[in-house]
Design a protein around this ligand. Sequence first.
Ligand SMILES: *Cc1c(COP(=O)(O)O)cnc(C)c1O
Length: 222
Amino acid sequence: MPIEEASQRLADVRARIAHAAKIADRKADAVTLIAISKTHDADAIQPLIDAGQRVFGENRVQEAEGKWPKLRETTPDVALHLVGQLQSNKAEDAVALFDAIHSVDRLSLVAALARAMDKAGRRPACFIQVNIGGEAQKGGCSVADLPSLLAEARTADLPVQGLMCVPPLELEPAPYFALLAKIARDHGLDGLSMGMSGDFETAVTIGATHVRVGTALFGARA
Ligand SMILES: *Cc1c(COP(=O)(O)O)cnc(C)c1O
């Protein structure tokens, strides 16, 4: 993608975030845009960096390890967020590479991350992923399990910043975003990682602090 196109796509998404924020009487800079670069190679990512984007997200540790150390050599101030399921045996690798982890969803992973953070002396921000639609095949802890998982994460000193969800496909997402926002409020959490290319404006009007946008910035994935 030429830099002009990357700049245009980025400006469009930022304008849409700003518009949604304004409708909800929120400040646009209260929303962090995470550019989800999964499946895209360094050549596709660099134009977006050149256009000024500094926060990126990946869903696989190994894929991210293959691309980002080199990209970061030239742009050290890039922040990297993990938005995909994390195996406990990859916790150390994830803690070393990422600045935030959005997929904390079970006790064994809390324990593995706590160990990895103590060992590395590095504490990436954490979001607890909630399976907000109660879907069998989806990652995330159940709404019922969230209180105990959150308590455990806090006891283990994970820097829990908020909650994350991916609502059911093909259903109106607003009620799920609203439910996640309510649960976060009930637990004194400020961070809300919700909203993707198809629904980030809705998410922003409902309080998203982090939107995860891939397709609208990079085009369709292969
Ligand atoms: C791929 C992905 C996104 C981005 O999806 P788009 O529809 O391409 O914007 C957001 N969040 C998660 C967890 C993802 O896996």
